[in-house]
Design a protein around this ligand. Structure first.
Ligand code: SF4
Ligand SMILES: [Zn+2]
Length: 498
């Protein structure tokens, strides 16, 4: 909400919302309480969440605006039903106290759209339930909202979300017709897992796989009119160990990819790491010490495995992989995390992947404190210039050549490592050309044992010889030009733990 709060009108409404929340207006007696009604009416004018995040659209990095409109909540989340991981009820307005109408939603959209600038190319127009359920979101607002988004000239993709029963051709037709023809309409479904037991017994989604397939068929009927599909997959619902959660979500992504190809519909796979919100069944497990949110390292493993899986990699219908990192500003124990040394680095890497789809983002990431056993992780960069080594007289003094260079001096000799073009070769007794430098990017300390030896061992296993040299912050390897490809391939394999 910070972006929304930039605007004074919004400040007033946010203040009213705060008052409503503080007064517990949702909890005040239902009958004839004008104060509660006024407060809830003001709350109905403010979206539940507004957030900007990087995304990948049509092969390029872009920015999305995620808007979660405040409604009366999900029809499915009543009494004992409702998904075990969902807390949207807490943000919704009790329909017995105030009915959110099309005008309210329009006012919420006004506020949220104040955050649109030339960078926004995707808008997720989500609700606290199902956009396509007319009893949650009035039909008039479907048309109005799509017409308004159509006026944003740079917009390329609009995302809505719904349970399968509302994904009917007649509903899609209304929304599709109201949206500018060149904007992709992406319809998202909370698939959560392709494992029936996890989806329906643990998460209590009450969604049969066949029903999902039929809804995707209905979407696919609009494939020629830029209607695409997004599958939300949960990472680590309760009762799953870390390893079980990784295997479940990798398999689920593969199953979604296979379905996308079978139905011939462009599909995005969106991973949603589970976070522990208040007043949910999951919170009880968490407070009892029986649930721990997924580790960021596990998310990295999931992305890498899914990205490289043949069912995804060679599948023209899987357009991208996304990791939703919105977390309602929960404290760090309640959401995906890592140790204090690497958490920010991993979050940045995941965010970078979301916008670039470049798996190299994760190459050789490292944490000296908590990286997974046996995995050496860091970034590496092959530097472009051709390098040379040269032996020069021990008593020669002079400034170091420009570019990346090193001078190693003993009583008997001096060796210079430098870009070939920068060397004064008239000084050299012996010269060796055609080397390339690989820069290792990591944050480990000098005291960190074994990293360089693992790297050099991996190169040796690929019959690549190398020389290593370091500055205070950075390590470099020199490999012969003729062995560069083998070296890069060995380092990539090492980075991915293969
Ligand atoms: S269907 Fe979606 S909004 Fe409804 S209870 Fe489940 S997760 Fe929450
Ligand atoms: Zn760490």
């Amino acid at each position: 909400m910070t972006d929304v709060l930039r605007h004074s009108r919004c400040c007033v409404l946010a203040l009213l919302s705060l008052i409503a929340a503080l007064c517990g207006a949702n909890d005040l007696p239902i009958i004839d309480n004008p104060c509660a009604t006024a407060l809830l009416a003001s709350l109905a004018q403010t979206p539940a969440f507004v957030e900007r995040t990087p995304v990948h659209i049509e092969g390029k990095p872009a920015v999305r605006l995620m808007i979660v409109l405040r409604t009366n909540g999900c029809y499915f989340d009543k009494g004992d039903s409702g998904c075990t991981i969902c807390n949207y009820k807490q943000h919704a307005i009790d329909p017995r106290r105030y009915r959110v109408n099309a005008d309210n939603l329009s006012a919420q959209l006004d506020l949220a759209l104040q955050n649109v600038d030339e960078k926004i190319e995707q808008i997720d127009l989500l609700t606290l339930g199902n956009y396509l359920n007319q009893s949650e979101v009035p039909l008039a607002f479907w048309k109005e909202s799509m017409a308004r988004l159509s006026k944003l000239p740079r917009l390329k993709r609009v995302v809505i979300e719904s349970r399968t029963k509302f994904i009917q051709e007649s509903n899609i037709e209304i929304v599709r017709s109201a949206l500018r023809a060149d904007i992709t309409l992406e319809v998202s479904i909370g698939v959560e897992s392709s494992n029936d037991y996890i989806r329906n017994e643990i998460i209590k989604k009450k969604l049969a796989w066949k029903e999902l397939e039929k809804a995707v068929d209905r979407l696919a009927a609009f494939r020629d009119r830029k209607v695409v599909f997004q599958a939300y997959l949960l990472i680590k619902p309760q009762r799953l160990t870390e390893r079980e959660a990784i295997e479940d979500v990798v398999q689920s992504a593969v199953d979604v990819a296979i379905m996308a190809q079978k139905k011939r519909i462009f599909t995005r796979i969106a991973f949603e790491p589970v976070f522990v919100t208040h007043d949910t069944e999951l919170e009880k497990e968490f407070l009892a010490g029986r649930y721990h949110p997924v580790k960021l390292w596990s998310i990295v493993e999931i992305i890498k495995r899914v990205y490289e899986h043949p069912a995804v990699k060679r599948n023209p219908f899987v357009t991208s992989i996304f990791v939703g990192m919105s977390d309602e500003n929960l404290s760090s124990g309640r959401k995906a995390s890592s140790c204090s040394h690497c958490e920010a680095m991993l979050l940045r890497a995941i965010e970078a992947f979301n916008s670039t789809q470049n798996i190299g983002t994760f190459s050789l990431l490292v944490c000296p404190q908590c990286r997974p056993e046996g995995e050496v992780a860091m970034n590496f960069k092959l530097l472009p210039e051709s390098m040379s080594l040269m032996q020069i007289p021990p008593d020669h003094t002079g400034s170091a050549p420009s570019g990346i260079s090193a001078v190693i001096r003993t009583a008997d000799e001096q060796t210079v490592i430098a870009p070939t073009a920068a060397l004064n070769q008239t000084l050299g007794a012996k010269v060796s050309h055609e080397w390339r430098a690989i820069q290792l990017e990591g944050t480990w300390e000098f005291s960190e044992v074994g990293i360089i030896s693992k790297i050099t061992q991996a190169l040796a296993d690929s019959h690549v010889s190398c020389l290593a040299f370091s500055t205070w912050n950075t390590d470099y390897l020199l490999v012969q030009e003729s062995q560069v490809l083998q070296a890069v391939s060995a380092l990539e394999k090492l980075a991915r733990g293969y």
